[in-house]
Design a protein around this ligand. Sequence first.
Ligand code: NOJ
Length: 565
Amino acid sequence: MSQPKWWQTAIFYQIYPRSFADGNSDGIGDFKGMIEKLDYLQALGVTGLWLSPHFPSPLWDCGYDISDYEAVAPEYGSLENFARFLEGAHARGMKVILDLVLNHTSDQHSWFLESKSSRDNPKADWYVWADTPPNNWQSCFDGPAWTYAPERGQYYYHYFMKQQPDLNWRNPQVKAAMWKAVRFWLDLGVDGFRLDALGTIYEDPAMTPHSVPMTLTELRHFSDNAKTPKERKLAEKYWFDMFKHQWGGPGLHDLMKELRAILDEYPGDRMLVGEDDNIDYMGNGDDELHLVFNFPLMRTDRLTPDWARRNQAERLSRLDTLQTRGWPCNTLGNHDSPRLLNRYGDGVHNLQMARLHLALLLTLRGTPFLYNGEEIGMTDLIITDPSQLRDTMATWYYESLVNELKIEPAEAALRAGTMSRDKNRTPMQWQNAPNGGFCPPGVTPWLPVNPNYAVGVNVADQETDPDSLLNFYRRMIRVRKETPALVAGEYKPIHEKASKYLAFLRFTPEQTVLVALNFSVKPKRLDFSDLGATSAQVIFSSAERTELPLTKADLEPFGILIATL
Ligand code: NOJ
């Protein structure tokens, strides 16, 4: 392959700004804190940072409701602070991409305030307006997707909360205004964008109603209680059917091409990664998005060899069909999904599994994305006091369970806390100190800190323990960076019938690497003599070993082996 681009060799780390590091001791993360932690990130070894939204926002959706696209939220600092952060990241060899929310703005954005003020103002057509709700579409967060604005005597459309009105992307003025914001950040030197919810930008122009026989609350309730495979399948079908007309309408390819052309005007290979798994959004492979996430890999309750194998076969062959071969992009979690230990752990071998899963992510072909806090094994914190919830979707769910479905409040609180994304967005745990060292004692953090900072789940303790998860992350990241075949090599599965372990080769013309991952609680003795090599040199092994006999490669439970042939 020709010289890989920076976004192909990068290891990305997602920072959730509100929870990452509090530099001014007000209980809220900020740029001062992020700047102070740049050395930590450099030592971790990551080379790309994705910032969840850092823009001014009334915070109905934790920053994904933006009220000014060309500024920094005052609680996070100033543009000057942002510039210093960017400069500091660049100086340490880390690129920075921002979250770009195109589908909707905040209802407090000046564009919307003007648009809703009358039917004939200059921005009257910047959002999606109708005299009466044209269909039964739902907001995926809270009830009907059409909300009445008395100022205009009309309804506006919102796929997300009513505080997140959808922009009318068929209006060229909307595009021009948003492209101006895009250039604003590119001019400042950011390296690209993660495109939020791009599938929701265009809806079905025929406005076809959905046919699911229940409300959104009822559907959530139904999903929560779906126990049998049949019920779960039906719930899944209902979710899909309820929203399918609100997704993927015509127009997105042209829009992505336009946006890509803007990025391509800039030097330095600026990059776009879509919050979508649809490879179609990569266009011909070189004219729309550079990357889309391989979400199908993480959409399972259990990561198994077979699951990963089938996922790779499907994704990689599909990427190969693009005119310019597509580059994969793998992730196991983010700010919208439960923590990895909670999702994939078995409760007994959690930490071994966390290591195995990281090894999987970092040895697969494609750019990996990690989520802050995973490197120390942070876990979900279920907030059962509804007044402490900050994820409005969960607050709304709590209220609807109690008021509409008459569920007992304690049970409703547990359910809401469990579905809430707050649980996986709690403050980063820096030390074994009050508030996990995120903010000083006596300051109330914006979300409660998980008390497990006191039992080793914190950065300071793990830094000094050579066997900690944090140090494992550092080692594994180093292994990936120093092994060319893992960065840019081809992928070839081997031993494809094995149900308990995953084995594959990664290779370039110069190097062939064997990866073997034991997903079971039992040791495995593997025979790789079929590879035609006589010996292998160990690059990384979770068990102490000096040599690797290819006929008797022993893998302990959840063992990891990476070797050059
Ligand atoms: C996807 C984001 O990841 C999520 O956090 C947000 O709520 C929605 N898009 C709406 O912007």
